[in-house]
Ligand binder design. Structure first.
Ligand SMILES: [Zn+2]
Length: 452
C-alpha cells in the first residue's frame, strides 16, 4: 500500500493535515538483583499511528496491524470530522519545510548481535565491581531499544530514521544506623559501547553510598547551595524545562507565559534543550517529521524560546522547533524535552565554594516536586556535603530544598567550567528518554530543610 497516496487522499477529502507514523521496535530488558536474573525480556513489535486534523477537530487511530492502515486513517478522518463542530477553540499548524531524508544513527557495537546471556555476564561483571564490604545489595537494570520510524505527512514530509539507545542503572544499598540507597544511570544514543562505559561510573555510585552511610542531618534555613552537574541538570529539566514546554505555555499553565525577551535568570545562565547533541534524548526528526533543532531557551539570562510542536507554535505565533515526541505508535506526540543543559561558565569549582562560610554542596537527586504553573520546586539531593569556611567538610543526607524557580535562577552567582550529563526518563503521561546536565552552579541563597 502506498502511504503517501493515503495521506493525499485524506487531504483531498478536506483535511487540514494528516500524518502516518510507522514504527518497528526491538528491545531487551534485563534485571540482575543480587546475582539473580529477575527480568529477561526480549521483544519486537510494530505498529502505526494515524492523525487527521479536519477544521478544528483531531482524530487519532493507532494500530498494530500494518495491513489495516487504510481503515485506521479512514476512522481517524471520521473522528476528526465529527469532533470539528464540537470544538470551541480554533486550532491550526505552523508551517514547516517538508523534509525528505533517511537518518540511521550509528551503533559501534550492535546490541542485537549480543545474546541476552552475554549481556547478563556483563551485568554480573559490573556487579562484581560494585560488591564490597559496605554494599549489602545490588540491583542492575539494563535496557536497549532500537526504533525504526517512518513519518509521512499530508503536507509533503517523508522521513525515515533509526535510533538505538541503551541505558544501565546501578542501584546499591547499605546499612549503618539506617538503610541507605545510591542510584546512578549510564547510557545514551548508540550501541552496546554506551553500556561498556558503565564501568567508569562504578566508583561514583559507591562513593555516594559510602558518604550516605556516614552522613548526618543537614542544617536548615536559608543557605548558599552549590548544585553538582547532575542536580543542575535535574533542576534545569524539572523546574525550568517543563515550564518552557509550548503546550503548558499555550494553555496558560506555565510561569513563563508572555515572558519571551524578559530577564528570567542571572546573566550567567544559558539553558538549552538540544535534540541534536550527543545524549539519551537525541533524535534527527521529531514525531511530526520536523527537523530537530537546538532550542536556546534562556540566553544570558533572557528567555529566548520555548519547546514547540506545530500546533502550539501556531497557537503562540512562533516557529516549530522539533518538540513533538511520542512514547510509541500507540500514542499521539506531546511537547517534550530532549537533552536539557545549563551551559558551563568560566569558574573553577574551588572558586565557587571559597567564599562560602556555611553552605551546602548538593549532589544528584532522589526525587522532588515541581509546579510549572506556579513556578515552584522542591528537590531532595541524593547526597550532600557541608561547606564550612570555603571547604567541604562532612557528608549530609536527607537534604531537601525548595523555592521559586525564577527567583532562584536570578540568584545564580557562579557557574563552573566543568560539565557533566546524566540520563533519565521524563514522565508526562508518556515516558521519554532524556539527558539532563550542566555545570556546578552556586545559588546565593536557597531554603534548605532536613527530611528526618
Ligand atoms: Zn520531566
Amino acid at each position: 500500500m502506498d502511504e503517501k497516496k493515503l495521506t493525499l487522499d485524506v487531504m483531498d477529502r478536506g483535511a487540514v493535515y494528516c500524518d502516518i507514523r510507522k514504527e518497528r521496535w526491538y528491545s531487551t530488558v534485563l534485571n540482575l538483583k543480587d546475582g539473580v536474573p529477575e527480568t529477561i525480556i526480549q521483544g519486537e513489535e510494530e505498529g502505526a499511528m494515524t492523525r487527521v486534523l479536519y477544521g478544528n477537530g483531531w482524530g487519532y487511530v493507532g494500530t498494530a496491524d500494518m495491513s489495516s492502515l487504510e481503515s485506521a486513517m479512514d476512522r481517524a478522518f471520521m473522528m476528526a470530522k465529527n469532533s470539528d463542530p464540537l470544538r470551541k477553540q480554533k486550532t491550526g499548524l505552523a508551517h514547516v519545510d517538508p523534509q525528505h531524508s533517511k537518518v540511521i544513527m550509528p551503533m559501534k557495537e550492535d546490541f542485537r548481535d549480543i545474546s541476552p546471556e552475554e549481556k547478563l555476564d556483563f551485568l554480573r561483571d559490573i556487579e562484581g565491581h560494585l560488591k564490597c564490604d559496605f554494599v549489602k545489595s545490588t540491583d542492575i537494570r539494563y535496557r536497549d531499544t532500537l526504533v525504526k520510524k517512518e513519518i509521512i505527512t499530508g503536507d509533503g514530509t517523508h522521513v525515515e530514521m533509526e535510533i538505538p539507545r541503551t541505558v544501565t542503572y546501578m542501584i546499591i544499598t547499605g546499612k549503618s544506623d539506617t538503610v541507605q540507597m545510591a542510584v546512578h544511570g549510564v547510557g545514551g544514543t548508540g550501541g552496546f559501547e554506551m553500556s561498556r562505559s558503565t564501568y567508569d561510573h562504578v566508583d561514583t555510585v559507591k562513593d555516594m553510598l559510602k558518604n550516605l552511610l556516614k552522613a548526618k542531618s543537614p542544617p536548615s534555613g536559608k543557605l548558599p547551595v552549590v548544585m553538582d552537574p547532575h542536580l543542575t541538570g535535574v533542576f534545569s529539566h524539572e523546574a525550568f524545562g517543563h515550564a518552557a514546554e509550548g503546550d503548558l505555555v499555550a494553555s496558560g499553565n506555565s510561569c513563563l507565559k508572555g515572558k519571551i525577551g524578559e530577564k528570567v535568570a542571572s546573566d550567567m545562565v544559558t539553558i538549552k534543550d538540544d535534540p541534536t547533541m550527543d545524549g539519551y534524548g537525541t533524535f534527527p526528526f521529531d514525531d511530526e517529521g520536523t527537523k530537530a533543532k537546538n532550542r536556546i531557551l534562556v540566553k544570558d539570562g533572557v528567555l529566548n524560546d520555548f519547546i514547540l510542536d506545530r500546533e502550539n507554535a501556531w497557537k503562540l505565533g512562533m516557529e516549530p522547533n522539533g518538540g513533538a515526541r511520542a512514547e510509541d505508535f500507540r500514542v499521539k506526540p506531546l511537547v517534550r524535552m530532549s537533552n536539557t543543559i545549563l551551559e558551563p561558565g568560566d569558574m573553577h569549582f574551588e572558586e565557587l565554594i571559597e567564599g562560602i562560610d556555611r553552605g551546602i554542596y548538593a549532589k544528584s537527586t532522589s526525587g522532588g516536586q515541581v509546579s510549572p504553573a506556579q513556578g515552584t520546586f522542591q528537590f531532595n539531593a541524593q547526597v550532600a556535603f557541608l561547606i564550612e569556611n570555603g571547604e567541604i567538610t562532612r557528608p549530609l543526607r536527607n537534604v531537601s530544598f525548595n523555592g521559586f524557580t525564577l527567583e532562584t535562577l536570578q540568584k545564580i552567582v557562579g557557574v563552573s567550567k566543568d560539565f557533566e550529563t546524566g540520563v533519565g526518563h521524563c514522565g508526562k503521561g508518556q515516558s521519554a528518554p532524556v539527558t539532563d546536565g550542566g555545570a556546578n552552579v552556586l545559588i546565593s541563597q536557597v531554603t534548605v530543610g532536613g527530611r528526618e
